[in-house]
Design a protein around this ligand. Sequence first.
Ligand code: PLP
Length: 430
Amino acid sequence: MNRTQSEKLHNEAVTHIVGGVNSPSRSYKAVGGGAPTVMAKAQGAYFYDVDGNKYIDYLAAYGPIITGHAHPHITQALTTAAQNGLLYGTPTEHEIKFAKMLKEAIPSMDKVRFTNSGTEAVMTTIRVARAYTGRIKMLKFAGCYHGHSDLVLVAAGSGPATLGTPDSAGVPKSIAEEVITVPFNDPERFIEAMDKWGDELAGILVEPIVGNFGMVEPNPGFLEVVHTHAKKHGTLVIYDEVITAFRFHYGAASTLLGFEPDLTALGKIIGGGLPIGAYGGKKEVMEQVAPNGPAYQAGTMAGNPASIQTGIACLEVLRAPGVYEELDRLGKLLEDGILAAAKQHQITITVNRIRGALSIYFTDEKVENYEQAEASDGEQFAHFFRLMLEQGINLAPSKYEAWFVTTAHTEQDIEETVKAVNHAFEKMAQ
Ligand code: PLP
Protein backbone atom coordinates (compact mmCIF):
# COMPACT_ATOMS: atom_id res chain seq x y z
CA MET A 1 0.00 0.00 0.00
CA ASN A 2 1.37 3.40 -0.98
CA ARG A 3 1.44 5.79 1.99
CA THR A 4 3.81 8.42 0.59
CA GLN A 5 1.41 11.33 0.89
CA SER A 6 0.44 10.42 4.50
CA GLU A 7 4.13 10.33 5.40
CA LYS A 8 4.83 13.64 3.66
CA LEU A 9 1.92 15.37 5.37
CA HIS A 10 2.82 13.91 8.75
CA ASN A 11 6.38 15.25 8.38
CA GLU A 12 4.90 18.67 7.70
CA ALA A 13 2.34 18.32 10.51
CA VAL A 14 4.96 17.65 13.19
CA THR A 15 6.62 20.99 12.48
CA HIS A 16 3.38 22.85 13.21
CA ILE A 17 1.22 20.66 15.46
CA VAL A 18 2.56 18.94 18.56
CA GLY A 19 3.29 15.35 17.59
CA GLY A 20 1.45 16.01 14.31
CA VAL A 21 -1.88 15.19 15.96
CA ASN A 22 -4.57 17.03 17.87
CA SER A 23 -5.25 14.19 20.28
CA PRO A 24 -2.46 11.83 21.37
CA SER A 25 -4.45 8.66 20.70
CA ARG A 26 -4.34 9.48 16.96
CA SER A 27 -0.57 9.02 16.83
CA TYR A 28 0.84 5.59 16.02
CA LYS A 29 3.13 5.67 19.06
CA ALA A 30 1.39 2.69 20.69
CA VAL A 31 1.73 0.59 17.52
CA GLY A 32 5.40 1.14 16.75
CA GLY A 33 5.34 4.76 15.57
CA GLY A 34 5.52 6.26 12.08
CA ALA A 35 3.09 8.44 10.21
CA PRO A 36 -0.56 8.03 11.10
CA THR A 37 -2.77 7.62 8.06
CA VAL A 38 -3.97 11.03 6.93
CA MET A 39 -7.59 10.72 5.85
CA ALA A 40 -9.12 12.83 3.12
CA LYS A 41 -12.74 11.73 3.08
CA ALA A 42 -15.16 9.51 4.97
CA GLN A 43 -18.39 8.08 3.61
CA GLY A 44 -20.58 5.44 5.24
CA ALA A 45 -18.36 2.65 6.56
CA TYR A 46 -15.36 3.79 4.53
CA PHE A 47 -12.36 6.07 4.84
CA TYR A 48 -10.30 7.33 1.89
CA ASP A 49 -6.77 8.51 2.66
CA VAL A 50 -4.67 11.18 0.96
CA ASP A 51 -2.88 8.50 -1.12
CA GLY A 52 -6.20 7.27 -2.53
CA ASN A 53 -6.40 4.09 -0.41
CA LYS A 54 -9.82 2.93 0.78
CA TYR A 55 -10.43 1.45 4.24
CA ILE A 56 -13.30 -0.18 6.07
CA ASP A 57 -13.46 1.88 9.23
CA TYR A 58 -13.97 0.51 12.75
CA LEU A 59 -12.53 3.54 14.54
CA ALA A 60 -15.78 5.48 14.08
CA ALA A 61 -13.89 8.54 15.37
CA TYR A 62 -13.45 6.78 18.74
CA GLY A 63 -17.14 6.12 18.99
CA PRO A 64 -19.38 9.02 17.93
CA ILE A 65 -19.94 7.88 14.33
CA ILE A 66 -22.40 5.07 15.06
CA THR A 67 -24.49 5.88 11.98
CA GLY A 68 -21.47 5.79 9.65
CA HIS A 69 -19.73 8.78 8.10
CA ALA A 70 -21.67 11.55 6.36
CA HIS A 71 -25.07 10.06 7.13
CA PRO A 72 -27.51 11.97 4.88
CA HIS A 73 -30.02 12.73 7.67
CA ILE A 74 -27.28 14.20 9.87
CA THR A 75 -25.67 16.06 6.98
CA GLN A 76 -29.05 17.60 6.16
CA ALA A 77 -29.54 18.65 9.79
CA LEU A 78 -26.12 20.31 9.79
CA THR A 79 -26.80 22.09 6.49
CA THR A 80 -30.09 23.45 7.81
CA ALA A 81 -28.45 24.53 11.06
CA ALA A 82 -25.67 26.34 9.18
CA GLN A 83 -28.18 28.12 6.96
CA ASN A 84 -29.93 29.46 10.03
CA GLY A 85 -26.80 30.66 11.81
CA LEU A 86 -24.27 28.55 13.67
CA LEU A 87 -24.15 30.20 17.04
CA TYR A 88 -26.63 32.43 18.87
CA GLY A 89 -25.60 32.68 22.51
CA THR A 90 -29.32 32.59 23.33
CA PRO A 91 -31.70 29.75 24.15
CA THR A 92 -33.22 27.89 21.18
CA GLU A 93 -36.19 25.55 20.83
CA HIS A 94 -33.85 22.83 19.57
CA GLU A 95 -32.18 22.58 22.98
CA ILE A 96 -35.53 21.94 24.63
CA LYS A 97 -36.43 19.27 22.08
CA PHE A 98 -33.08 17.54 22.53
CA ALA A 99 -33.18 17.73 26.33
CA LYS A 100 -36.64 16.11 26.22
CA MET A 101 -35.37 13.36 23.90
CA LEU A 102 -32.46 12.60 26.22
CA LYS A 103 -34.68 12.60 29.31
CA GLU A 104 -37.18 10.25 27.67
CA ALA A 105 -34.38 7.86 26.74
CA ILE A 106 -32.56 8.11 30.09
CA PRO A 107 -35.16 8.18 32.86
CA SER A 108 -32.65 8.85 35.67
CA MET A 109 -32.12 12.35 34.29
CA ASP A 110 -34.72 14.87 35.50
CA LYS A 111 -32.70 17.79 34.18
CA VAL A 112 -29.99 18.18 31.60
CA ARG A 113 -27.23 20.68 30.75
CA PHE A 114 -25.27 20.66 27.48
CA THR A 115 -21.50 21.12 27.28
CA ASN A 116 -18.96 20.92 24.45
CA SER A 117 -17.21 17.65 25.24
CA GLY A 118 -17.33 14.56 27.38
CA THR A 119 -14.42 15.95 29.40
CA GLU A 120 -16.44 19.01 30.36
CA ALA A 121 -19.50 16.94 31.16
CA VAL A 122 -17.62 14.61 33.53
CA MET A 123 -15.65 17.47 35.06
CA THR A 124 -18.89 19.24 35.89
CA THR A 125 -20.59 16.19 37.37
CA ILE A 126 -17.71 16.07 39.85
CA ARG A 127 -18.21 19.72 40.74
CA VAL A 128 -21.96 19.20 41.15
CA ALA A 129 -21.45 16.11 43.33
CA ARG A 130 -19.05 18.10 45.49
CA ALA A 131 -21.47 21.00 45.75
CA TYR A 132 -24.36 18.70 46.65
CA THR A 133 -22.54 16.61 49.26
CA GLY A 134 -20.17 19.24 50.63
CA ARG A 135 -17.38 16.66 50.28
CA ILE A 136 -14.25 16.70 48.13
CA LYS A 137 -12.94 13.18 47.54
CA MET A 138 -13.86 11.03 44.54
CA LEU A 139 -13.46 7.36 43.72
CA LYS A 140 -12.79 5.99 40.25
CA PHE A 141 -11.83 2.65 38.74
CA ALA A 142 -8.36 1.89 37.42
CA GLY A 143 -7.89 2.22 33.67
CA CYS A 144 -11.20 4.03 33.11
CA TYR A 145 -10.80 7.24 31.15
CA HIS A 146 -13.01 10.15 32.04
CA GLY A 147 -11.54 12.90 29.87
CA HIS A 148 -8.43 14.99 30.38
CA SER A 149 -9.35 17.27 33.28
CA ASP A 150 -6.96 17.39 36.27
CA LEU A 151 -9.59 15.74 38.42
CA VAL A 152 -9.53 12.41 36.61
CA LEU A 153 -6.00 12.11 35.21
CA VAL A 154 -5.13 10.14 38.27
CA ALA A 155 -3.45 6.76 38.64
CA ALA A 156 -3.95 4.26 41.42
CA GLY A 157 -1.85 4.63 44.54
CA SER A 158 0.27 1.77 45.80
CA GLY A 159 -2.57 -0.09 47.50
CA PRO A 160 -6.28 -0.58 46.99
CA ALA A 161 -7.32 2.02 49.51
CA THR A 162 -4.55 4.58 49.09
CA LEU A 163 -4.75 8.04 47.57
CA GLY A 164 -4.14 8.55 43.86
CA THR A 165 -1.08 10.01 42.15
CA PRO A 166 -1.03 12.29 39.06
CA ASP A 167 -1.22 10.42 35.75
CA SER A 168 0.04 13.41 33.79
CA ALA A 169 2.64 16.08 34.30
CA GLY A 170 0.93 19.28 35.32
CA VAL A 171 -1.70 17.64 37.50
CA PRO A 172 -1.11 18.86 41.06
CA LYS A 173 -0.44 16.10 43.58
CA SER A 174 -2.96 17.77 45.87
CA ILE A 175 -5.73 17.22 43.28
CA ALA A 176 -4.73 13.61 42.58
CA GLU A 177 -4.74 12.91 46.28
CA GLU A 178 -8.45 13.66 46.37
CA VAL A 179 -9.11 10.65 44.12
CA ILE A 180 -9.14 7.04 45.24
CA THR A 181 -8.62 4.49 42.46
CA VAL A 182 -9.63 0.84 42.80
CA PRO A 183 -9.75 -2.03 40.27
CA PHE A 184 -12.94 -2.53 38.25
CA ASN A 185 -14.91 -5.69 38.97
CA ASP A 186 -13.26 -6.18 42.36
CA PRO A 187 -15.97 -5.82 45.01
CA GLU A 188 -13.66 -6.65 47.90
CA ARG A 189 -11.17 -3.92 47.14
CA PHE A 190 -14.00 -1.51 46.43
CA ILE A 191 -15.60 -2.24 49.82
CA GLU A 192 -12.20 -1.89 51.50
CA ALA A 193 -11.86 1.58 49.96
CA MET A 194 -15.44 2.50 50.90
CA ASP A 195 -14.88 1.41 54.49
CA LYS A 196 -11.87 3.67 54.63
CA TRP A 197 -13.01 6.70 52.61
CA GLY A 198 -16.78 6.31 52.05
CA ASP A 199 -17.88 9.10 54.41
CA GLU A 200 -15.49 11.55 52.73
CA LEU A 201 -16.49 10.72 49.16
CA ALA A 202 -18.58 13.15 47.10
CA GLY A 203 -18.98 10.71 44.25
CA ILE A 204 -18.02 7.46 42.57
CA LEU A 205 -17.25 7.73 38.87
CA VAL A 206 -18.23 4.62 36.95
CA GLU A 207 -18.09 3.56 33.35
CA PRO A 208 -20.96 1.08 33.79
CA ILE A 209 -19.65 -0.85 30.81
CA VAL A 210 -16.00 0.01 30.38
CA GLY A 211 -14.96 1.25 26.96
CA ASN A 212 -11.45 2.42 27.70
CA PHE A 213 -9.45 -0.73 28.23
CA GLY A 214 -11.37 -2.50 25.56
CA MET A 215 -15.00 -3.33 26.18
CA VAL A 216 -15.49 -4.79 29.64
CA GLU A 217 -18.83 -5.59 31.22
CA PRO A 218 -19.40 -5.41 34.95
CA ASN A 219 -19.48 -8.86 36.53
CA PRO A 220 -22.88 -9.85 37.91
CA GLY A 221 -23.41 -8.16 41.26
CA PHE A 222 -20.54 -5.66 40.96
CA LEU A 223 -22.63 -2.56 40.26
CA GLU A 224 -25.11 -3.58 42.99
CA VAL A 225 -22.22 -3.46 45.44
CA VAL A 226 -21.21 -0.03 44.12
CA HIS A 227 -24.72 1.38 44.51
CA THR A 228 -25.36 -0.22 47.89
CA HIS A 229 -22.17 1.11 49.44
CA ALA A 230 -22.58 4.53 47.84
CA LYS A 231 -26.02 4.80 49.41
CA LYS A 232 -24.75 3.62 52.77
CA HIS A 233 -22.17 6.43 52.84
CA GLY A 234 -24.26 9.19 51.22
CA THR A 235 -21.97 9.21 48.16
CA LEU A 236 -23.36 10.03 44.72
CA VAL A 237 -22.97 7.55 41.87
CA ILE A 238 -21.95 9.19 38.60
CA TYR A 239 -22.19 7.14 35.42
CA ASP A 240 -19.80 8.21 32.71
CA GLU A 241 -21.78 7.14 29.67
CA VAL A 242 -19.77 9.15 27.15
CA ILE A 243 -19.03 5.92 25.25
CA THR A 244 -21.94 3.75 26.34
CA ALA A 245 -25.07 5.90 25.95
CA PHE A 246 -26.98 4.99 22.76
CA ARG A 247 -24.25 2.45 21.96
CA PHE A 248 -26.10 -0.78 22.86
CA HIS A 249 -29.73 0.33 22.78
CA TYR A 250 -31.72 3.56 22.48
CA GLY A 251 -30.77 4.90 25.89
CA ALA A 252 -28.04 4.60 28.48
CA ALA A 253 -26.27 1.52 29.82
CA SER A 254 -27.80 2.35 33.21
CA THR A 255 -31.27 1.44 31.92
CA LEU A 256 -29.95 -1.68 30.25
CA LEU A 257 -28.30 -2.78 33.49
CA GLY A 258 -31.21 -1.68 35.71
CA PHE A 259 -29.58 1.10 37.76
CA GLU A 260 -30.37 4.74 38.50
CA PRO A 261 -27.23 6.81 38.92
CA ASP A 262 -27.50 10.21 40.61
CA LEU A 263 -25.70 11.88 37.71
CA THR A 264 -24.88 10.83 34.14
CA ALA A 265 -22.28 12.27 31.78
CA LEU A 266 -22.84 12.00 28.03
CA GLY A 267 -20.93 12.83 24.85
CA LYS A 268 -19.76 11.28 21.57
CA ILE A 269 -22.84 9.67 19.90
CA ILE A 270 -25.26 12.35 21.13
CA GLY A 271 -23.53 14.94 18.90
CA GLY A 272 -23.83 12.91 15.70
CA GLY A 273 -20.19 13.80 14.95
CA LEU A 274 -20.10 17.40 16.17
CA PRO A 275 -18.53 18.47 19.48
CA ILE A 276 -20.88 17.90 22.38
CA GLY A 277 -21.23 16.74 25.95
CA ALA A 278 -24.14 16.75 28.36
CA TYR A 279 -24.81 15.86 31.93
CA GLY A 280 -27.98 15.30 33.86
CA GLY A 281 -29.42 13.71 36.91
CA LYS A 282 -31.84 13.91 39.76
CA LYS A 283 -33.60 17.24 40.09
CA GLU A 284 -32.37 18.03 43.60
CA VAL A 285 -28.78 17.34 42.55
CA MET A 286 -29.01 19.29 39.29
CA GLU A 287 -30.50 22.27 41.16
CA GLN A 288 -26.94 22.89 42.41
CA VAL A 289 -26.01 24.19 38.95
CA ALA A 290 -25.89 27.94 38.17
CA PRO A 291 -28.03 29.99 37.68
CA ASN A 292 -30.27 28.02 40.09
CA GLY A 293 -27.54 26.92 42.45
CA PRO A 294 -23.98 27.68 43.58
CA ALA A 295 -22.06 25.29 41.27
CA TYR A 296 -20.83 27.24 38.26
CA GLN A 297 -20.66 25.82 34.75
CA ALA A 298 -20.89 27.70 31.47
CA GLY A 299 -19.88 27.65 27.81
CA THR A 300 -19.93 30.05 24.87
CA MET A 301 -20.46 27.13 22.48
CA ALA A 302 -22.58 25.00 24.81
CA GLY A 303 -25.89 23.96 23.26
CA ASN A 304 -24.89 25.44 19.91
CA PRO A 305 -27.57 24.94 17.26
CA ALA A 306 -25.36 22.82 15.00
CA SER A 307 -24.32 20.21 17.60
CA ILE A 308 -27.84 20.08 18.99
CA GLN A 309 -29.44 19.55 15.58
CA THR A 310 -26.95 16.93 14.43
CA GLY A 311 -27.45 15.23 17.79
CA ILE A 312 -31.21 15.17 17.33
CA ALA A 313 -30.77 13.81 13.80
CA CYS A 314 -28.41 11.08 15.03
CA LEU A 315 -30.88 9.93 17.68
CA GLU A 316 -33.66 9.97 15.09
CA VAL A 317 -31.64 7.52 13.02
CA LEU A 318 -30.95 5.33 16.04
CA ARG A 319 -34.60 5.34 17.13
CA ALA A 320 -35.69 3.42 14.02
CA PRO A 321 -36.74 -0.17 14.69
CA GLY A 322 -34.13 -2.89 14.36
CA VAL A 323 -31.04 -0.65 14.46
CA TYR A 324 -29.42 -2.22 17.53
CA GLU A 325 -30.44 -5.76 16.57
CA GLU A 326 -28.58 -5.29 13.29
CA LEU A 327 -25.50 -3.89 15.06
CA ASP A 328 -25.61 -6.96 17.29
CA ARG A 329 -25.99 -9.34 14.34
CA LEU A 330 -23.04 -7.82 12.48
CA GLY A 331 -21.00 -7.61 15.68
CA LYS A 332 -21.57 -11.30 16.29
CA LEU A 333 -20.63 -12.19 12.70
CA LEU A 334 -17.41 -10.26 13.18
CA GLU A 335 -16.67 -11.85 16.54
CA ASP A 336 -17.38 -15.35 15.24
CA GLY A 337 -15.17 -14.75 12.21
CA ILE A 338 -12.31 -13.42 14.32
CA LEU A 339 -12.51 -16.33 16.76
CA ALA A 340 -12.64 -18.89 13.94
CA ALA A 341 -9.59 -17.29 12.29
CA ALA A 342 -7.71 -17.33 15.60
CA LYS A 343 -8.54 -20.99 16.07
CA GLN A 344 -7.46 -21.87 12.56
CA HIS A 345 -4.09 -20.16 12.91
CA GLN A 346 -3.59 -20.95 16.59
CA ILE A 347 -3.44 -17.34 17.67
CA THR A 348 -4.38 -16.85 21.30
CA ILE A 349 -6.93 -14.09 21.77
CA THR A 350 -9.79 -13.05 24.00
CA VAL A 351 -12.68 -11.15 22.43
CA ASN A 352 -15.02 -9.02 24.51
CA ARG A 353 -18.12 -7.91 22.64
CA ILE A 354 -21.26 -6.06 23.56
CA ARG A 355 -23.54 -5.69 20.54
CA GLY A 356 -21.67 -3.68 17.89
CA ALA A 357 -18.65 -2.87 20.06
CA LEU A 358 -15.81 -5.32 20.52
CA SER A 359 -12.19 -5.61 21.48
CA ILE A 360 -9.49 -8.16 20.79
CA TYR A 361 -6.85 -8.84 23.42
CA PHE A 362 -3.81 -10.97 22.64
CA THR A 363 -4.01 -13.01 25.81
CA ASP A 364 -5.38 -16.35 26.97
CA GLU A 365 -6.91 -14.75 30.08
CA LYS A 366 -10.39 -13.37 30.54
CA VAL A 367 -10.27 -9.58 30.59
CA GLU A 368 -12.38 -8.13 33.39
CA ASN A 369 -10.12 -5.36 34.67
CA TYR A 370 -7.35 -3.01 33.60
CA GLU A 371 -4.51 -5.16 34.88
CA GLN A 372 -5.60 -8.01 32.65
CA ALA A 373 -5.98 -5.71 29.64
CA GLU A 374 -2.56 -4.23 30.33
CA ALA A 375 -1.03 -7.72 30.47
CA SER A 376 -2.28 -8.54 26.95
CA ASP A 377 0.44 -8.52 24.28
CA GLY A 378 0.91 -5.02 22.85
CA GLU A 379 3.54 -6.05 20.32
CA GLN A 380 1.26 -8.67 18.84
CA PHE A 381 -1.51 -6.10 18.68
CA ALA A 382 0.81 -3.63 16.91
CA HIS A 383 1.73 -6.30 14.35
CA PHE A 384 -1.95 -7.15 13.84
CA PHE A 385 -2.88 -3.48 13.50
CA ARG A 386 -0.27 -2.96 10.74
CA LEU A 387 -1.33 -6.09 8.86
CA MET A 388 -4.97 -4.96 8.97
CA LEU A 389 -4.12 -1.41 7.87
CA GLU A 390 -2.12 -2.78 4.97
CA GLN A 391 -5.27 -4.65 3.86
CA GLY A 392 -7.49 -1.57 4.12
CA ILE A 393 -9.02 -2.13 7.54
CA ASN A 394 -8.80 0.90 9.82
CA LEU A 395 -8.64 0.12 13.54
CA ALA A 396 -7.79 2.37 16.47
CA PRO A 397 -4.00 2.35 16.94
CA SER A 398 -4.09 1.01 20.50
CA LYS A 399 -4.71 -2.33 22.14
CA TYR A 400 -7.04 -0.56 24.59
CA GLU A 401 -9.49 0.84 22.04
CA ALA A 402 -12.64 -0.86 20.84
CA TRP A 403 -13.83 -1.65 17.31
CA PHE A 404 -17.19 -0.06 16.53
CA VAL A 405 -19.58 -1.52 13.98
CA THR A 406 -21.86 1.20 12.58
CA THR A 407 -25.25 1.20 10.89
CA ALA A 408 -23.37 1.76 7.62
CA HIS A 409 -21.42 -1.54 7.77
CA THR A 410 -22.80 -4.36 5.66
CA GLU A 411 -22.44 -8.10 5.88
CA GLN A 412 -20.02 -7.86 2.97
CA ASP A 413 -17.83 -5.42 4.92
CA ILE A 414 -17.73 -7.87 7.79
CA GLU A 415 -16.85 -10.74 5.46
CA GLU A 416 -14.02 -8.70 3.92
CA THR A 417 -12.79 -7.80 7.39
CA VAL A 418 -12.82 -11.42 8.52
CA LYS A 419 -10.86 -12.36 5.41
CA ALA A 420 -8.28 -9.73 6.34
CA VAL A 421 -8.15 -11.01 9.93
CA ASN A 422 -7.51 -14.53 8.59
CA HIS A 423 -4.67 -13.27 6.46
CA ALA A 424 -3.20 -11.24 9.35
CA PHE A 425 -3.33 -14.19 11.74
CA GLU A 426 -1.80 -16.45 9.10
CA LYS A 427 1.17 -14.06 8.79
CA MET A 428 1.44 -13.69 12.56
CA ALA A 429 1.54 -17.47 12.96
CA GLN A 430 4.51 -17.79 10.57
N1 PLP B 1 -15.48 9.70 29.28
C1 PLP B 1 -15.26 8.60 28.55
C2 PLP B 1 -15.77 7.28 29.04
C3 PLP B 1 -14.57 8.68 27.35
O1 PLP B 1 -14.33 7.57 26.63
C4 PLP B 1 -14.13 9.96 26.90
C5 PLP B 1 -13.38 10.08 25.64
O2 PLP B 1 -12.91 9.15 25.04
C6 PLP B 1 -14.39 11.06 27.70
C7 PLP B 1 -15.07 10.91 28.88
C8 PLP B 1 -13.94 12.43 27.26
O3 PLP B 1 -14.73 12.86 26.20
P1 PLP B 1 -14.19 13.98 25.16
O4 PLP B 1 -13.08 13.34 24.39
O5 PLP B 1 -15.39 14.32 24.33
O6 PLP B 1 -13.72 15.13 25.98
